[in-house]
Write a protein of this length. Structure first.
Length: 179
């Protein structure tokens, strides 16, 4: 059975949109890694749990449809997220709690219906590669995470909210190739 690992921040959530709003800059500027890191650190240092609670969801109806489609094709779906660069002290635990709370608020039905089977968290993004294996696909918004996952033997698709329709086409093609 194949497994699709969905990243939380930037895939299921509109992290860049929330950060851009806090920074007072256009959303497109949040693609700059330095600016993004600064605002993630600033946001998470203010209130760990509230940071994750305040991130708006990305295209929920479309992702729910994707999860239903995957369930019909007998593909396992799991969350694979990192707790971030700003996780010092007990921030990792707080980030975990905030992300789980966010996921339950926006995707509880998908857990109840077993469309999402598991929540996986890693301390740092590069550790996502430990989940890579033949039959595993990572959907992530960070190129370096996708590259690391591929190098470790999995498949990966880079997600970009502004190219969602292209993503869906590539995603469906990839899943069918993996079947």
């Amino acid at each position: 059975m194949s497994t699709v690992y969905l990243d939380l921040d930037g895939v299921l959530t509109d992290l860049n949109g929330m950060l851009a709003k806090k920074a007072g800059v256009p959303r497109e500027e949040m693609g700059d890694a330095t600016l993004r890191t600064f605002w993630i650190n600033k946001s998470t240092s203010e209130d760990q749990v509230a940071h994750w609670r305040d991130i708006p969801p990305n295209r929920v109806p479309e992702f729910r449809a994707i999860m239903s489609w995957l369930q019909l094709h007998r593909v396992n779906v799991e969350i694979l997220t990192s707790y971030g660069i700003a996780t010092m002290g007990d921030c990792g635990a707080l980030a975990h709690a905030g992300k789980v709370k966010w996921l339950m608020e926006h995707y509880l039905t998908e857990f109840q219906d077993k469309m999402i089977s598991r929540f996986n968290g890693v301390q740092e993004c590069w550790q996502k590669q430990f989940y890579a294996m033949p039959g595993a696909l990572l959907v992530d918004d960070q190129p370096e995470n996708c590259e690391g996952f591929r190098a470790a033997g999995g498949r990966a698709i880079l997600y970009d909210l502004t190219r969602h329709d292209d993503f869906v086409i590539e995603f469906e093609r990839t899943i069918l190739e993996m079947s």
